[in-house]
Design a binder for this molecule. Structure first.
Ligand code: COA
Ligand code: MG
Length: 300
């Protein structure tokens, strides 16, 4: 029996910039920025008395004569349990972004409610769901939530870690290297990988501290994250650099693909490439890396 391997999305998620939907100047700025994706935030960066104005501003931006091209568009809503969540979902249905980002997801039910809502409204399948994992229960239930993503019609594609909320709720202090958070971060990545989701690392608040940001990107890349959620344009370049495959790795991946495509490799699961054992499982990895490199080249 063949194993049903998770398939991961083929989009670039190196740099995922959050923009407060209330900030029209920042919304305009997104046209000129080189991030892979934009999160239009209706949640924590918008004051309660400004939520309606933010929705109106976002609607005007989405329906403006100049569409934002070449970037994935995600709308972060307020929790459905709040006074704002349902109006935010109405807006999501009207604007049909690439994804809706749900804050403070504690358990699979939180995602299920939104997938049902989208299906009931006949939203296109291309409108996906992303989940913020940023509460103690969210971390504990990450595997169950990710598993729900394998249910046909669930639409769940991606986890985004939120450390500001998690630190607030757990008392873990901000420290370089994130020593006490690493076990939880790895748990989120493992859950995502087990069920074919992407995983995006949390924001780094101090946007003037580029050395610290650089180190955190390298750390996140080594842990296996696909990219980083950003708060400021100054962080885009470093995120794009750290989460892109480097040239040597891309060249090696191309060699692996060519070696397995050679008729001499027919029927073989392991081959010798320049004195190194290469297995067919490396081929899948190589193909995804080359695909990513190609997407990056196409953006340029
Ligand atoms: N997206 C797009 N443009 C942004 C931006 C963002 N997230 N953050 C700043 N900019 C723009 C500013 O509008 C400014 O543009 P201008 O030169 O045309 O005036 C330029 O980048 C420089 O900004 P700067 O003066 O350094 O910062 P600021 O004081 O305007 O904003 C923050 C600082 C933190 C308030 C702002 O970066 C921000 O709101 N970030 C996102 C917060 C967020 O989404 N939080 C929720 C998720 S944690
Ligand atoms: Mg949060």
């Amino acid at each position: 029996m063949s194993r049903n391997l998770p398939t991961r999305s083929f989009s670039l998620h190196r740099s995922v910039l959050s923009v407060p939907a209330i900030n029209t100047r920042a919304l305009e700025k997104t046209y000129s920025l080189d991030c892979d994706a934009v999160i239009f935030d209706l949640e924590d960066s918008v004051a309660p008395e400004k939520k309606e104005e933010a929705r109106e501003g976002l609607k005007a931006f989405f329906f403006s004569a100049r569409p934002l091209e070449n970037k994935e568009k995600i709308i972060r809503i307020n929790p459905l349990s709040s006074n704002f969540g349902h109006a935010d979902m109405e807006l999501v249905l009207a604007l049909e972004p690439d994804a809706v980002l749900l804050p403070k997801v504690d358990e699979p039910q939180d995602v299920m409610t939104v997938s049902d809502l989208l299906s009931d409204a006949d939203a296109p399948e291309t409108l996906r769901i992303w989940a913020m994992i940023e509460t103690p229960r969210g971390i504990l239930n990450a595997a169950a939530t990710a598993e729900f993503g394998r249910t046909p019609g669930s639409r769940l594609d991606c986890f985004v870690v939120g450390l500001n909320d998690l630190r607030k709720e757990t008392g873990v202090l901000p420290q370089p290297g994130r020593t006490y958070l690493v076990p939880w971060l790895m748990q989120v990545i493992l859950a995502a990988r087990a069920y074919g989701l992407d995983a995006i690392d949390s924001v780094f608040n101090d946007f003037k501290e580029m050395d610290g940001f650089d180190a955190e990107c390298a750390h996140a890349r080594a842990m296996g994250f696909d990219g980083k959620m950003l708060i400021h344009p100054a962080q885009i370049e470093a995120a794009n650099r750290h989460f892109a495959p480097d040239e040597a790795a891309t060249r090696e991946a191309e060699e692996i693909i060519a070696a397995f495509a050679d008729p001499s490799a027919d029927g073989l699961n392991v081959i010798n490439l320049n004195g190194r054992m290469i297995e067919r499982l490396h081929l899948v990895q190589a193909e995804s890396l080359v695909h990513k490199a190609r997407l990056i080249a196409e953006r340029k």
